[in-house]
Design a protein. Sequence first.
Lengths: 216, 482, 238
Amino acid sequence: MSDARKAILAALRQEPTTHVPPLPEVMTSAGGPTVPLDDRIRTLTEILAKLGAPVDVAADMTAVSTRIREVLAEHGATSLALSDAPLVQDAAKELPDSIEQFAHDADREQLLRSNAGLSTAQCAIAETGTLVLVAKDERHRLATLLPDLHIALVPASRLVATLGDGFAQLASDGTSPDSPTITFVTGPSRTADIELELVVGVHGPKALHVVIVMDA
Amino acid sequence: MTGTPHSRHANAFHAQANDALQDATLKKALRNATDLFAERRSAAIDAVPDWEALRDHARKVKDATVARLDHYIEQFADNAEKAGATVHWARDAKEACAIVTKLAEDRGAKRLVKSKSMATEEIHLNKALAERAREPVETDLGEWIIQLAGETPSHIIVPAIHMTRDAIGQLFVDKLGIPPSNEPKTLAAHARKRLRDHFAKADLGISGVNFGVAETGSILILENEGNVRMTTSMPKVHVAVMGIERVIPRFADLEVFLRLLPRSGTGQHLTTYQSILTGTDNQAKSAMGQGPEEMHIVLLDNGRSKIAVDEKMRETLACIRCGACLNACPVYQTIGGHAYGSVYPGPIGAILTPQLAGMHEAKPLPFASTLCGACKDVCPVKIDIPSLLLELRQRAVEGDGKQAPAKRGFFELLTWRMWSWFMRNPTRYRFATALARLGQRLPLLQKTMPPMAAWHSTRELPKLAKKSFRDTYRKAKKESNG
Amino acid sequence: MNVALFATCLGDQLSPDAVHATVTVLERAGCNVTFDPRQTCCGQPAFNSGFWQEAREVARHFLDVFGDAEAIVAPSGSCTAMVHRFPDLFRDEPEMRERAEQVAHKTFELATFLVRELKVTDLGAKFAGRVGWHDACHGLRELGVKQEPRQLLSKVEGLELVEMKTCESCCGFGGTFSVKTPEISTAMLDHKLDELAMTPIDVLAAVDSSCLMQIRGRLERRGSPVRTMHLAEILASQ
């Protein structure tokens, strides 16, 4: 044990506390009344709309691919970094050759050059408009960060109602202690550092587009 | 201007505050910012029906944690190391800077990037690194602006709030050689481009920590811009500086704090990104190769352990640095952060700085308040700042049993002793007040004696009534008793 | 109900009219009001300045004077809040602390006493004019005084209560703060008073003489026609 560690712990133990307040049970919003999927989708859509991130619902993989193609075209994106999720791989197969694709193990340069990144989300939270990306389960850490546009495919079965439900989902997936990174993403990057004027698109993606995949 | 950023000091509070009051641009910017954040906070919490329950709960979690801080910080360190991080312990600022500097030197880090961290400002890390290794590039837009300007932050959430778009535009022209612009969108775009370059080439990234989870050894960092994700993903080495009071017991506890912090600070449900980092990619079950190879966590004491064992002041450590107290404080709203001359301004600064830096280094701060209590109202963890300010005032004046009083002029002591002598006895009280009524007949005396002159500088002086209540009441009673 | 009036040193010396009005109001509400002339001050100025030893000396006298009272009422939120802090002030003296707790429990600010204890809101008062209310900080945040003055004022015939956006904004007095940092004190007050330009009122009222003294001083310096009045004076008007 280092000297500093010893010294700091000793300093903390210097005066025994007369009364140690008990740690309360965890407070969580998980396990609330069941919210129908339609309502969850609606809430997610409304919240993300306020943040400038469109949300679409795709009935099947064909619809997913079509939507991806459209979004890429809207943004004039010609290159796409992919995560290693099977859903992403499947969707990517349907894209035209005009879109340059970079696989999940592409190098830095390529990732930095990509116009767009495609990933799934391990969970999505309707209440806050949040995507939960778990690095252990999918290699999307940089594909969802570096390109200007991030397209996220969210399996409908993974869209939960509240923040607490999101935490519960992580726990039940056995995720919490294992994943080196868990990233919560709520909309595109933003700042108000200059005179409090909102600017969307700073260091993270300038645009976020969510596609909810039914049946998945 | 009284001071350049590095000559500002908490003990020069009065002069610094007066400077701020002369700055019309600053006044307007501060008013806009604090009003806006306060409005947004209000709107956000109105939509949360169990807001009070959340506050109570979070406070209970914090109380339980701080009371056993040794246990939880040790648990945190052990679990962080099990997950693959290297944990360092720093007793003070000097030690913390030495650790980070050595890490940078040992790894031959030539390019360093950094995300916003109050703890790193507290220990003056950038200065230390500049001297031995290389000054890190701040990547939070507001902090980068401050760095380019050679300034210090004036607000916890929006560090460059005191600068106009014109000033920032000019700064960019001067320092970056961009074509002139004062459009925030354009300026931000330039920042993105420049800082991308730094991120891509950085050897080492430094971040702060909002919460450290004892149960898992994870750290959580909140942000809106994406620069934390970049700083903690791109370079091979990540160094996180964490105040020891940032630890919370369980992973699941993060939920409550995530509900409270963003809403309190900026009125957002959640900030754009939360990064929960546990160990390194290379330690994960499957090698990810998409993040740093090394994670270092520097646990910083720097006076926190002293606060933790101080039963009266311990709740100071419940602070989650949301900034709500700054936005609510009528004093802060009027003078801004630089006036305080300390890394932590506003109400939290007024209680934290005297404790971390020592009362002698921050004498005016506990007195820089009317004790209005607006801060206590908005604090998500219900820190009773007014009571803590009163406690610090008492210690400043009467000493705390360990140190001599820091703020107890002979004249002031004499004044209060006399005041008490007169006030605790009705006859002496009547004598003193009669004397004061006499003195009122001398307007010159009134307007030149220091306390009265200070009052008279901006306000008409109050007039003692010709006859006090007790005189007229006695008379009325006598009359009614016949 | 027997009420021991605590005039407060500011009330006694600076605003005796407000204290007389307080007596009138309490009597109209059915109380038997007594005034013990041994009383002086609650000790707040010394306490807020960190001179707790001196504050205790004055607080002890307060406890001696008011120890046996049935109920103590003060036309001041800040003085009442100070009395409520007496137990903490005597934290190292168990006996005094006990006494302090007893006295604190029966010490009330005027508006709260009328509305919560006596359950009285209508005192038959008449006052014509537009009145803005200042929520003095100690009363608001330490005693929870918010609705009570409004309930009382709403029953005053002819009175138009004007809610100010900055009603909860600190007036900047803060005791010695007002003279130690007069510029900040005044800047804080100006933020509050600037609203009057858009929200015309005749009278700015509060239940604290200290706030009113600060506000009045600045209004006069600014050449404003707005007057200040103590809550009791309005409630005693006929």
